[in-house]
Design a protein. Structure first.
Length: 597
């Protein structure tokens, strides 16, 4: 861990006291048919250009606090923050690698596997819509206080899920879990963004996920041991995290709170005592309600409609979608005319860099989620893999993505360019989806289905490491958390849409596929049981009935695999990344996108 901490230190900056100089908040506003700004690194081209102009950005209490803390913590404080990040990332990835798998066993125990996509989508929605308010909260109460709130939600979630007596209670626990995970995920990125420059930020953020190179493999043994007939069971698998998580998180929480308090005592940061009205104004309570509420009301009906017998004919579905659309339409007007500290500043809507980053990351996650929501259930049933091997398979994509993202971050830091990484990654992703149609079936070899995951992981690592940095680089430090939240929010909105699509296909086709392949000899009870559980229901491996089940599940997966095949062309040119410590500009060149569905 010491070596990796030193590597992260190198990614964060040239030295322990290498702090950013004062800067003026700027915002990139797109202006068509305009001459390039006077940037010495600008390249002549006919593509659209951007100009950097100065605007007033209100600074919240927490933003001042973290900047003051950075000014006084020196070498020791920086190392403590890095060590704290390493510890919390280790336990975060252990949690991320195991709780997701335990969800399959929990749903199977409650005989509700068909609701897995609904649960996954609901969790993703919460994960997404919680990010903007969390970002604003971190700008008001500080990074340490926000971490503390996140860990509190984690602990509540573990207790509720581990002690659940019904699927509904377990689902309630996932609400707290999704909020805690969302807050922790965002704060990790925000703290790294606080410490890094635009040139090295992709490398820094990618490197912070180094535990994921190890935890999925160790988690596979953990899950296999926990879920074995003689194991402690998925409940204790979740419950023990209620002890591990707060212990590991305490280091970074204590460090950040200590230096924030010290900065306040030395008069470098304002005291955090503010009125209730000012607090609501600084977190932009109205904007948060419009944004988060609008997204939730738009996405929740799409999730529930997959399990509703009358589907889109249900009256409340249209009503909720209409209300959600109205709230989102009202958002830019509220932010422009009423909000003093907007969660989504109006100039974001005019910035093509921000819009494209959000759009591309959302589309990428739609395809991924649509093809991976039921992948663990598929590989367990159709390929008869044990829990350990199934976990290896499930996380091959993510581990490859993490490793490639670190390499891509180094490449971007060295070349000062990111577009070629994005375009190459998108091309590899498209190839991966094509290969998926041929190599993800019940009759393909184990090597072939793993190859698909490797190809997808390579593409994901290159695309995912490039789409956050441009958006961050065109905003001020005060707006960094909410910009990070916005882009990541769109990523998970795309993921929730993909999971919703996967759930709709599963609930709408799996039983008919089972009837088709099992024939008239099957009973309604058997078909329903097979559709709702992966444990103890499937026929013996090698029997004609099991072969029929394998073909039915694989046929369902094939329908999901067809979804992401849209052609995406990015017309691009050279695009340099400038160190934001000397310039807030990310470059003048934008890429134009044409989508052919």
């Amino acid at each position: 861990m010491i070596f990796l901490a030193k590597l992260l230190q190198a990614a964060i900056g040239a030295g322990p006291l290498d702090e950013p100089p004062p800067y003026r908040p700027v915002v990139a506003v797109s202006q068509a048919n305009q001459e390039p700004s006077g940037d010495v690194n600008a390249e002549q081209s006919n593509t659209d250009t951007e100009k950097q102009i100065v605007v007033h950005v209100p600074v919240e209490t927490g933003t001042t606090a973290i900047e003051a803390a950075q000014a006084i913590w020196g070498k020791k404080g920086r190392w403590l923050v890095i060590a704290g990040l390493c510890l919390i990332m280790i336990v975060y990835e252990i949690d991320n690698s195991t709780v997701y798998i335990y969800r399959n066993y929990a749903a199977s125990e409650f005989k509700e596997l068909s609701k897995l996509a609904t649960l996954s989508t609901a969790g993703t929605i919460i994960f997404a819509v919680a990010k903007p308010p969390i970002a604003k909260l971190s700008n008001v109460i500080g990074r340490g206080g926000t971490y503390l709130i996140a860990i509190t939600f984690y602990i509540l979630a573990y207790i509720i899920m581990a002690s659940a007596k019904s699927f509904n209670t377990y689902a309630a626990g996932t609400v707290f879990y999704s909020f805690g995970q969302s807050a922790t995920n965002l704060m990790n990125d925000v703290v790294i963004a606080d410490l890094t420059t635009a040139r090295y930020r992709a490398f820094g953020i990618s490197l912070s996920f180094w535990p994921f190179l190890i935890t999925p493999w160790t988690a596979a043994f953990m899950v296999d041991s926990v879920t074995a007939p003689t194991g402690i069971g998925w409940r204790w698998g979740i419950g023990m995290l209620a002890i591990i998580m707060p212990f590991c998180a305490s280091f970074i929480v204590a460090t950040l709170l200590y230096y924030q308090t010290r900065a306040e005592k030395e008069g470098l940061a304002p005291r955090s005592k503010i009125s209730l009205y000012e607090f609501c104004s600084q977190i932009d309570l109205g904007g948060v309600m419009l944004f988060s509420g609008g997204l939730a009301l738009l996405l929740i009906p799409m999730t529930l409609v997959a399990t509703t017998p009358s589907s889109w004919k249900t009256p409340w579905v249209d009503a909720l979608i209409a209300v959600g659309a109205v709230l989102l339409i009202a958002l830019p007007f509220y932010e422009h005319y009423l909000a003093k500290h907007p969660v989504v500043p109006p100039h974001y809507f005019a910035n093509r860099t921000i819009i494209l980053c959000c759009l591309l990351i959302a589309l990428d996650n739609v395809g991924f989620s649509a093809t991976h929501t039921y992948i663990y259930a598929w590989v367990t049933v159709a390929r008869d893999l044990e829990a350990r091997e199934a976990t290896f398979f499930t996380y091959t994509n993510g581990v490859t993505q993490c490793l490639v993202a670190i390499i891509a971050g180094i490449a971007m830091a060295k070349t000062k360019r990111y577009k070629w990484v994005c375009v190459l990654g998108a091309t590899i992703r498209l190839v991966g989806y094509g290969v998926m149609l041929r190599l993800r079936g019940s009759e393909n070899s184990i090597a072939e289905i793993f190859i698909v995951q490797l190809i997808q992981g390579i593409g994901s690592g290159m695309v995912g490491s490039t789409l956050l940095i441009p958006a961050q680089a065109v905003v001020s430090h005060a707006e960094m958390p909410q910009m990070t939240a916005l882009v990541v929010c769109f990523a998970f909105v795309g993921g929730s849409v993909g999971a919703c699509i996967a759930g709709g296909i599963y609930t709408g086709t799996i039983e008919s596929e089972l009837w088709h392949y099992l024939g008239n000899g099957a009973t309604a009870e058997t078909v329903t049981a097979l559709a709702n559980s992966i444990t103890g229901i499937a026929p013996e491996w090698g029997t004609p009935e099991r072969t029929a089940v394998n073909l039915a599940v694989s046929s369902h997966m094939l329908k999901n695999n067809l979804l992401p095949h849209s052609h995406l062309k990015i017309v691009h040119g050279g695009h340099e990344i400038h160190d934001i410590r000397s310039s807030r500009a990310f470059g003048n060149r934008l890429y134009r996108i044409t989508i052919h569905a």
